[in-house]
Ligand binder design. Sequence first.
Ligand code: 8YV
Length: 318
Amino acid sequence: MRKHEVLLMGRIRDMMKAETDRLFHTYTVHALHRSEDPDALVEKVKDRITAITTNGVLGASGEFMARFPNLKAVICFGAGIDNVDLEYAKQQCIQVSNTRGVLNDDVANLAVALLLGISREVVEADKYVRRGDWIRKGKMGLQKSIRGRQVGILGLGGIGRDFAKKLEVFGCQLAYHNRCENKNIPYRYYSNLTEMARDSEYLVVICPATSETRNLVDSEVIDALGPDGTLINIARGSIVDEEALVEALQDGRLGAFASDVFAHEPHVPEALLEMQNVILAPHIGSATVDTRTAMGELMLKNLERFFAGEPLETPVRL
Ligand code: 8YV
């Protein structure tokens, strides 16, 4: 039987080998990154392509999708689909899927790790021992407990809810800001983000990156969080105004910052590298063998269902 043809936007580095092999084994994959002349490749296969596979970074622009007159699906590896032109997909009735759900647990765990790590100064403590400061200077200074402190969650979707559930056992006061209140959720709702930041000691960013959330955490929100406040970002760098953030940390207007994501990855503002009240991670939220395997399997499942003419497993609502 002839294999279905799939266009692969580029190397999906985060996909595990077993699922990558299965993708290439099951389909005739036209991989742009393996072609010496990607443009010529697109011209050659454009009429036959009904499905594109991609990830959050590579995405799929409207202009690119428009080159495939029979395109019906964009199948993504990853939950974030900020670089896929969803407006164009909607207009053209192109289905889009992502791999949400299977990564919630590990991403939420990393958010907990950053919260505990920054409040208990775990990275600094490690450096303290390695530098010989324990011997030279004696005991390190005291840190902060998170018990009883308000943690404001920006974006109470799947990952946000998992994160909040995990935090319940630490005895934190939980609050959230979404576009709408969810009456079934027991945490305090704020319709105004700045107000939530003012009342919270920790502000944790877990919302999707869209044109509406771009620089949502701006200097006003950062100032409301204040010198005793900590900002944690596990979502996307674009949601935080990075320049305003660096300035606030430099001026002591923000207490601390822990993040897995940045505006211009893999580049991180120089100034942050020297700061002690900062923890930096290289976008590893979903980076466990288990989760990356599950994401690959889910991506393949979506492809399989698309070619079988069945509803996608995890369609994105357009
Ligand atoms: C990475 C993520 O994008 O799923 C997401 O939105 O941020 C991560 O899982 C992953 O590296 C996918 O390539």
